[in-house]
Design a protein around this ligand. Structure first.
Ligand SMILES: NC(=O)c1ccc[n+]([C@@H]2O[C@H](COP(=O)([O-])OP(=O)(O)OC[C@H]3O[C@@H](n4cnc5c(N)ncnc54)[C@H](O)[C@@H]3O)[C@@H](O)[C@H]2O)c1
Ligand SMILES: [Zn+2]
Ligand SMILES: [Zn+2]
Length: 363
């Protein structure tokens, strides 16, 4: 079977034939992926900005079908439709026991400690984030990284729930807890940002301000629920948000690009008493400067959120059901359907193009 091998930072990845070990340990599940989104976090790993070394197969936004499972405690069986969760849930650690499975301390150890793929030269590859390896046609994954979903929802859209949708909608509903009638500013309207916009619409925000350099993405944002937009290339984004809010700033401002200067910008455009939520992930060695007294004197909050602070075991199915009802539009988040060989191009498209999400489709 074929997989896209990540062998060196910033060098084009190549698709090769690899051999996949059969699942052998209790809890291991053989999955045939049907679709995988290409997320900016994959690009950040490839660029060396996030701490996952080469020698693995990337991809963490996938949906597929179970081929076989060994002694599954969660009852996974052949034919089940599943979405991969990139933070596997051990269920035993401090965080899992205290309602924060999205920061499970064992998750990445469970995910990345197995090397089920072997190349023709005999070298072994692990699955990157969560051990998922959704840039392979098939994978062997721990069941802690899989959630069963109803079989009547298209996997080509369900894959987006594996990262962008859960991260963005969860950031609004679970982390920032956006209230009805509020004003929400969103810096960065890529895959995750559009999901933040959809989440804000679901939460009943009265005004949703989409800020992105791309005109096409601002236009998509309007279709997903944004009421206003700002082109930061022609207007100071903070000034524009102040102008739309009688000089106060937004009740909630989300940074969804992953850049320290924009995290600061989100803080500046948050009103006194408001919530600034950081969703984007900048390079690990960067820092942000905030005027020290102002966090206190202006009673602002800065919150970070990973995976939308969701419990994926409940929220994946919840988001599938919202999509089935038409309350979440996943179909229009898929801008391009591509093949495994096109992922290098999808990275370029992500940086320079208009696609919200490129989605790899497997036969
Ligand atoms: N917290 C989490 O759990 C989590 C999960 C997934 C992704 N992420 C992170 O979220 C960020 C966004 O991911 P994505 O997949 O949506 O990326 P993306 O590349 O699809 O979108 C980024 C968007 O930011 C826009 N942008 C770039 N510079 C800008 C600027 N100066 N002002 C306004 N907009 C600008 C781009 O035009 C693009 O639309 C990344 O940092 C990614 O690593 C975080
Ligand atoms: Zn992601
Ligand atoms: Zn845990």
């Amino acid at each position: 079977m074929r997989a896209l091998l990540f062998t060196a930072n910033n060098e084009p990845m190549s698709v090769e034939e690899v051999t996949l070990d059969a699942p052998a340990q209790p809890g291991e599940v053989h999955v045939k992926w049907k679709a995988s989104g290409v997320c900016h976090s994959d690009l950040s790993v490839w660029e060396g900005k996030l701490p996952i070394p080469p020698g693995c197969i990337l991809g963490h936004e996938g949906a597929g079908v179970v081929v076989s499972a060994v002694d599954s405690k969660t009852g996974l069986a052949p034919g089940d439709h599943v979405i991969g969760n990139f933070v596997p849930i051990c269920g035993e650690c401090f965080y899992c026991k205290n309602g924060q499975p999205y920061v499970c301390s064992q998750g990445q150890i469970i995910g990345m400690s197995r090397f089920p793929f072997s190349r023709s030269d005999g070298s072994r590859f692990f699955g990157g984030m969560g051990g998922l390896a959704t840039f392979a046609e098939e994978s062997v994954v721990h069941e802690a990284a899989l959630v069963k979903i109803p079989a009547d929802f298209p996997l080509g859209q369900a894959c987006l729930i594996g990262c962008s949708v859960t991260t963005g909608v969860g950031a609004v509903l679970n982390a920032a807890k956006v209230t009805k009638g509020s004003t929400v500013a969103v810096i960065g309207c890529g895959g995750v940002g559009q999901a933040v916009i959809q989440g804000a619409r679901l939460a009943g925000a009265a005004r949703i301000i989409a800020i992105d350099l791309s005109e096409a993405k601002r236009a998509s944002a309007a279709r997903f629920g944004a009421t206003d937009s700002v082109d930061p290339a022609v207007q100071d984004a903070t000034g524009a948000v102040m102008g739309m809010t009688e000089g106060r700033g937004a009740d909630y401002a989300f940074e969804v690009v992953g850049h320290p200067a924009l995290q600061r910008q989100a803080f500046d455009m948050t009103r006194t008493g408001g919530v600034c939520c950081w969703v984007g992930v900048p390079a690990l060695d960067t820092e942000v400067s905030i005027p020290a007294a102002m966090l206190t004197l202006l009673n602002k909050s800065i919150i970070g959120t990973i995976y939308g602070s969701c419990d994926v075991r409940e929220d994946f199915v919840r988001f599938v059901n919202l999509a089935k009802k038409g309350d979440l539009d996943l179909a229009n988040m898929v801008s391009r359907r591509i093949k495994l060989d096109d992922i290098n191009d999808a990275f370029t498209e992500m940086l320079e193009g208009d696609a919200i999400r490129s989605v790899v489709e497997y036969d």
